[in-house]
Write a protein that binds this ligand. Structure first.
Ligand code: AMZ
Length: 278
């Protein structure tokens, strides 16, 4: 019989017993969405190390198959990145993105190379539920304002930061803009949700940058989704306490450091609700 599973802790909180070890995963008393990432480069599902295009691992040839796999394991939303698009400044993997948006029952969100209104309309038309704009937030703030007016919460701003400073264009360009300042500015323009990615943690399987995430969650009046470095269930518990709405998990799902079903269960066990209840 497996010795893995959930037991009630003394405090009434869930304790997970995994491989004979008891890990106290104290409460996820509010909701947090766990969003698997499928990053696409050259039509394949890859992970980069710190966003470096030369440090790539191909995990699957078929991003659609992977997205379907995460869905079948219970994911309620999938995060897609068109890495070629982010570097090129225009969406480059449209065929596979379209297939994923069509075949999945759960909503997908997409970032990478979305820099104008026509692209946003087209992506929403083909079934992408939310689009993420990073570079445009820095370079074309007026576009963000217009898009928020037109498409509301289908618009997400992606703030990708290295040492607290925003990077754009596939993270190849550093800027003098502070992540926190950009976040505040975006809220003024009507942005309701921000994905904050810590570049130096991304793809490293270390841990999230809790300080920066907490600063964003406290200082910016928007829903925050955290990304970068999430590689253990405890990280999700800790992030939860910072009040973020969601967590994007990438490499750790592909290496097996995080088991998606366990992670999803963690978010369910805390409050008796499933992610379906949202
Ligand atoms: O890994 C990278 N080098 C990378 C990456 N993951 N570069 C950009 N992006 C993602 C951002 C965001 O979701 O996290 O692309 C989106 C931003 O693209 P753009 O083209 O709007 O700056």
């Amino acid at each position: 019989m497996s010795n893995e599973g959930w037991v009630a802790g003394e405090s009434g909180f869930a304790i997970m017993v995994a491989q004979g070890e008891r890990i106290d995963l104290t409460p996820l008393d509010t909701e947090m969405e766990i969003i698997p990432a499928v990053d696409i480069k050259g039509g394949k599902c890859v992970r980069l190390y710190q966003g470096d295009y030369t440090k790539e691992t191909v995990f699957f040839d078929d991003p659609l198959a992977v997205a379907l796999k995460w869905e079948s394991l219970g994911a309620r939303r999938i995060h897609l990145v068109d890495l070629d698009g982010a570097a090129a400044g225009e969406v480059r993997n449209l065929a596979v993105i379209e297939a994923i948006a069509r075949e999945l029952r759960v909503p997908v969100q997409l970032g990478g190379g979305i820099r104008d209104s026509a692209t946003v309309s087209k992506l929403l038309d083909i079934g992408v539920k939310r689009v993420i704009l990073g570079t445009a937030a820095v370079e074309r703030p007026e576009l963000i304002k217009k898009l928020c007016g037109e498409f509301g919460e289908a618009i997400i701003v992606g703030i990708d930061a290295r040492d607290g400073m925003v990077a754009t264009r596939g993270w190849l360009k550093g800027t003098q803009t502070k992540a926190l300042e950009l976040g505040k500015r975006m809220v003024e323009l009507g942005v309701k949700r921000i994905i904050y990615t810590d570049i130096k943690r991304d793809g490293t399987l270390t841990e999230p940058n809790y300080d920066e995430i907490a600063e964003m969650a406290r200082g910016v009046q928007a829903k925050i989704i955290a990304a970068g470095g999430i590689s253990a269930l405890e990280h999700l518990t800790k992030l939860k306490k910072l009040g973020v709405e969601g967590a994007i998990v990438g490499k750790a799902l592909y290496t097996g450091n995080i088991d998606l079903e366990k992670a999803l269960k963690l978010s369910q066990k805390s409050n008796g609700k499933t992610q379906n209840d949202r």
